[in-house]
Design a protein around this ligand. Structure first.
Ligand code: SAM
Length: 287
């Protein structure tokens, strides 16, 4: 709840300032701060659409305010202030957005995934069958987030959950047997051949440099080890709908066909693809 306190306070302040009629010398400044906060807030989680959401958010607010207060005096001058806020908000967002990963995973997403991670009954049967995790194994879940998947591998000797989002990892930290590590798939902070099993579940499409991430997975996988990659299948209508949904939310996701992903491991002893209705699993075995 603590992490929502500041944006909540800022939202309340912005709302009060925007919809107050003129009262004293302070309100125009407060109102400008309100527009700026609205532009900043709307742009913040959209790393590739930095401009558009902030711009439209401010003008929508400005129009609603003018309509609500029946075109208050000074509305024309205020349009210039709103324009300035619409320009500055996204710049502010650009400098305050987390670098190297999608900041959506610092927003309400951890709460959703944290809930899923704690709930019973979402056992990932196919992934577990394909990964064949044994008690002696060292397991790495790359982009493991809240530990939703890793918690089913807790019988292994070591289970590391790597993720760049501190908020997602805070959920994983609740489980005693999971070892959360903050980091990026593109630069795994582990020595070569450190893991017998590596999994990436529903996370590759969020990574900025997917080729570098897969090369890193190959490096940390021990000889005789196995890597299982789970992704939505963009060839299926549900997979395509997910891709569109994420685009609408401003997420910089990139999806690939299972065949394309399987072709990234030319040195593997064996690569095979398994599909269900809308997901695909690529299983890679290292010689
Ligand atoms: C949709 S969530 C899936 C989380 C988890 N694998 C699961 O199935 O519950 C995607 C995760 O990928 C993580 N992620 C995004 N970019 C990443 C990167 N460059 N390296 C590692 N993880 C990344 C996000 O922080 C997020 O936790």
């Amino acid at each position: 709840m603590k992490r929502y306190a500041l944006p909540l306070l800022a939202g309340l302040l912005a709302g009060a300032a925007l919809f107050s009629p003129d009262a004293g010398a302070l309100t125009p400044w407060l109102r400008w701060a309100g527009y700026l906060l609205a532009a900043w807030g709307a742009s913040w989680p959209a790393p590739r659409l930095q401009w558009a959401p902030g711009f439209w958010a401010v003008f929508a607010l400005w129009a609603v305010r003018a309509w609500w207060l029946h075109n208050p005096p000074g509305a024309a001058a205020e349009a210039w202030w709103a324009l300035l806020a619409a320009g500055l908000g996204p710049v502010l967002a650009y400098f305050t957005t987390a670098r190297g990963y999608d900041p959506h995973f610092d927003l309400v997403v951890p709460w959703v995934y944290g809930h899923l991670a704690r709930r019973q009954g979402t056992r990932p049967h196919t992934l577990l069958r394909l990964a064949q995790v044994q008690p002696a194994h060292r397991v790495l879940d790359v982009g493991g987030g809240a530990g939703r998947t890793a918690r089913y591998m807790e019988h292994a000797r070591q289970v590391v959950v790597l993720d760049p989002s501190p908020f997602m990892l805070a959920e994983a930290r609740r489980r005693e047997r999971l070892q959360p590590v903050r980091g990026f798939a593109e630069r795994l902070p582990f020595p070569a051949a450190a893991f017998d099993r590596v999994v990436i579940v529903d996370a590759l499409h969020h990574m900025r440099d997917q080729q570098a991430a897969l090369a890193e997975v190959w490096r940390v996988l021990a000889p005789g080890g196995r890597f299982v990659l789970e992704e939505p299948n963009p060839q299926h209508p549900v997979g395509r709908a997910i891709a569109w949904g994420e685009r609408l939310l401003g997420m910089p996701s990139r999806f690939h066909t299972p065949e394309h992903l399987a072709a990234q491991f030319p040195h593997a002893r064996r690569v095979h693809i398994e599909k269900d209705a809308w997901r695909a699993w690529i299983v890679v075995e290292k010689a």
